[in-house]
Design a protein around this ligand. Structure first.
Ligand code: NAI
Length: 795
């Protein structure tokens, strides 16, 4: 047979290698050794400790980079600090021009960046060239726009200051752009640490920043491993840490920064479900699986690593998948006709191998195509695992490699239960020709991104980030931008201290505590219940006379309250926003009817009758505010540049703990619960220790206002006895704690168990009467999380 005829027969691709010449020239120009980029110049690469970065496809070293020390990090933070005021003062337009110039540079050097990325990471050039680099440019263009608009769109916000950014190795330059673009757009300066396996494109990026004349110190790049990262996290002059990587390190960072006042955003791991309903177009599904789990060798935080397929089509899908896996091409990442490249490092390869072995020992059937992966370099073939139990290692642990499990379901509700049977919640894909079904399932899945009949699509306009242990904070979209700013009023308020209980509790009169017969109970699941321990606490008026007693809640009461909240939450969230608004208006109306009693109570407590009246008025006003917002805190439709609509939906976080401020026991309490319930959360509220009776007075008001039982639960008691249980409870999804700096530390630290969202005040006083500080969008944002649902259109 002739050669041409052979090709027709086999339809084999010939090699189509992309040249590494320019990348090698660039590396040679630097003597294949790099220092750190600090304050606009390079540290000496020949001094200090360095390490090698290797090409995963050949296992050969490419270049040496410096290991960042505590001193390097300190120098970089100092440079960023010095540069920050000037960078902010340049104003929106000039910053926009810089970001635009960076975007242009990236486009101009796109091929060089793509080749270097593929050499350092092992990903196919097709991916780095067609996906990573265009998205990097898109992020800088998009954020050049935000820089321009910031003054008009976020007039009451200012930059955080100096940001520390730590990124992983799976999308080195893309993750850099997701971090750097919003930080610069909002007037921050930064120190970024790339992953130790893939530092090279960040260093080339630093050079591009020099070329566009970015002011010295605005962007600093320090290379190194986890220790360098930890030094950045621990540096006291860093205002925020933005991290992408493993959930384990995310936890370490949460713990290390607890109570420091550093803002953090964490984009962590995932075990994303890929749901296939029986009416799905299976050929499209197969290509979807290729993109979901074999893209970037499965080293993708949102990889669709769990195929959940409806029973009737499971066999057919498996057959088609195996056939497709046989045709995947694995090899030299610089070959343009290669589908899969190499695994980033031997340690990652070993991790994949050992997890697959673990799965096999648990009974998984492991299938790989008949061709063998290249032996030179670090390769792992595409792998399909069946016969895996939902609780099995391969169904629960993030492999971060080209390994997918396939499990079956019968009904849509079983599919949702299986999909949510994970501690993660980063992304999901839903495949069905029935759009009604897909859009019914999408909101039920706990994930930050849901792709309908598509997968692994990203865009700067659409926020990306997780639910649950996949972390918090978003990258991209307006919500991503808001991670890098704070309200301007916070600055001025910094020196005022949030009152603590000791500031307010009147002392009992000399001669002991007189007997009182009225004891308010706890409020759990819509019922007044006696505290588990059967103890109570006295409450005193401003003049020291007794006002009454409240239940002294304990751990068991908190747990009961969380359980009641969990039972009520989904039903509450499923109500229409109009209905929640109506209930809040009704709440205000019923409260108004008790004006005399409550203002009297407030006046007795504070000894200030004028103040009591003002607090009552502000409380009614506040409830009206959130009744108004309930049906207006809406999502968006993003214009992502594909043939699709991306629906950004604001969803409640779930079960929320609210440790209310000590001051203004009525207004402070309502300022916490009203925004939370307005958007569909259920709450376990710990009222002010000073004036808990103002909260317990609300039981009947809540009942008569048709707030369903369990939506608001109130546990009175000593904070030291109830708050630790609440903030470490694994079924609480988020917690607000308006208290001291020490409170902030313990709340943030206790949150690491299930990585619950936290909102704390670090002891900074908030003026609860002030409309900007005491209410508004900041509260609603902290009460919700955004889910982006991508829905393609067209045939
Ligand atoms: P990692 O979380 O250790 O590394 C991510 C980044 O954090 C790197 O820049 C690293 O130097 C830095 N780092 C490590 N320890 C640190 C510390 N104590 N303080 C501050 N920074 C620190 O991830 P690794 O070890 O590279 O991969 C392990 C596993 O993590 C993977 O198998 C995968 O399951 C998961 N992973 C998830 C990613 C995601 O995007 N969700 C990305 C990378 C890894």
């Amino acid at each position: 047979m002739s050669k041409v005829a052979e090709v027709f027969e086999t339809l084999e691709y010939g090699p189509a290698p992309e040249s590494a010449q320019f990348a090698n020239e660039w590396l040679e120009k630097h003597g294949r050794a790099f220092g750190h980029f600090i304050g606009g110049s390079w540290t000496d690469a020949s001094t200090g400790v360095s390490f090698e970065t290797a090409n995963p496809a050949t296992a050969q070293p490419i270049a040496k980079v410096s290991q960042g020390t505590v001193e390097h990090v300190a120098a970089a933070v100092a440079a960023a600090r010095a540069a920050q005021p000037g960078w902010w003062e340049l104003g929106p337009h000039v910053r926009a021009r810089y970001l635009y110039a960076i975007a242009r540079k990236i486009q101009k050097h796109g091929r060089l960046l793509a080749v270097l990325e593929s050499m350092d990471n092992g990903k196919p050039i097709r991916e780095s060239r067609d996906l990573d680099i265009p998205l990097v440019a898109r992020h800088f263009y998009h954020h050049a726009g935000w820089a321009q608009l910031m003054e008009d769109e976020l007039p009451d916000y200012e930059p955080l200051g100096v940001v520390g950014q730590i990124i992983p190795w799976n999308f080195p330059l893309l993750m850099l752009s997701w971090k750097i673009a919003p930080a610069l757009a909002t007037g921050n300066t930064l120190v970024l640490k790339p992953a130790e396996f893939t530092p090279l494109t960040a260093l080339l990026f630093a050079e591009l920043c020099q070329e566009v004349g970015l002011p010295d110190g605005v962007v600093n790049i320090v290379t190194g491993d986890g220790e360098t990262g930890a030094a950045l996290v621990d540096h006291p002059d860093v205002d925020k840490i933005a991290f992408t990587g493993s959930t384990d390190v995310g936890r370490i960072i949460r713990e290390a920064t607890a109570g420091s006042g550093k803002r953090i955003s964490l984009e962590l791991g995932g075990k994303s479900p890929f749901l296939v309903f029986e009416d799905a177009d299976l050929d499209s599904v197969v290509e979807g699986v290729v993109d979901a789990i074999w893209f970037n060798q499965g080293q993708v935080c949102c990889a669709g690593s769990r195929i959940l397929v409806q029973e009737g089509v499971a066999e057919a899908l498996e057959r088609k998948l195996r056939a497709r896996m046989e045709t995947l091409r694995m090899g030299n990442p610089l070959d343009k006709s290669v589908d899969m490249g190499a695994i980033v490092a031997p340690v990652q390869l070993e991790r994949i191998e050992s997890l697959v072995e673990q799965g096999r020992s648990e009974g998984a059937e492991v299938w790989q195509p008949s061709w063998s992966a290249p032996r030179e370099g670090w390769f792992y073939p595409p792998t399909l695992c069946t016969n895996v139990a939902p609780s099995g290692t391969l169904a629960q642990i993030e492999v971060f490699g080209p390994v997918v499990v396939m499990m079956t379901f019968r009904t849509p509700s079983e599919a949702v239960a299986l999909a949510n049977d994970s501690r993660y919640g980063l992304a999901a894909s839903i495949w069905s020709e029935n759009i009604n079904l897909a859009l019914d399932i999408a909101p039920k899945i706990k994930a930050g991104t849901v792709w309908v009949n598509c997968t692994n699509l990203f865009d700067a306009a659409s926020g990306f980030g997780g639910y649950r242990e996949s972390g918090y904070g978003r990258e991209g979209g307006e919500e991503g931008l808001l991670e890098y700013v704070r309200p301007t009023w916070e600055h001025a308020a910094q020196l005022q201290r949030e009152p603590t209980a000791n500031d307010g509790i009147a002392q009992p009169p000399a001669g002991g505590t007189p007997a009182i017969d009225r004891t308010a109970k706890l409020y759990i699941g819509g019922k007044q219940s006696r505290p588990d321990g059967n103890y109570s606490l006295p409450v005193y008026a401003a003049d020291g006379s007794p006002m009454g007693e409240v239940g002294r809640g304990n751990r068991k009461d908190v747990r009961n309250a969380v359980e009641a909240a969990r039972k009520a939450q989904a039903g509450w969230a499923a109500r229409s926003a109009h209905n929640r608004a109506q209930i809040l208006y009704y709440f205000a109306e019923n409260l108004e009817a008790r004006r005399a009693e409550l203002t009297g109570r407030l006046a007795t407590l504070s000894g200030d009758s004028e103040g009591a009246s003002a607090e009552f008025d502000a409380t009614i006003d506040r409830i009206f505010t959130y009744a108004a917002w309930a049906d207006k805190w809406e999502g968006r439709v993003h214009h992502t540049p594909f043939r699709n609509v991306t629906l950004a939906m604001k969803e409640p976080i779930g079960v929320m703990g609210a440790v209310c401020p000590q001051a203004h026991p009525l207004l402070g309490f309502v300022s916490c619960i009203a925004p939370l319930i307005a958007v569909g959360n259920a709450v376990v509220a710990i009222p002010s220790e000073v004036g808990p009776l103002l909260a317990t007075d609300l039981y009947q008001v809540l009942d008569t206002s048709d707030v369903p039982g369990g939506v608001v639960n109130i546990v009175t008691g000593l904070r030291s006895e109830v708050v630790p249980t609440l903030e470490s409870h694994d079924d609480v999804d988020g917690i607000w704690h308006f208290g001291s700096a020490e409170d902030a530390r313990s709340t943030e630290s206790a949150s690491t168990g299930n990585m619950k969202r936290t909102w704390v005040s670090y002891g900074r006083a908030r003026d609860w009467f002030d409309r900007q500080q005491g209410q508004g969008q900041e509260f609603l944002r902290e009460a919700t999380q955004v889910k982006n649902i991508w829905v393609p259109y067209g045939e």
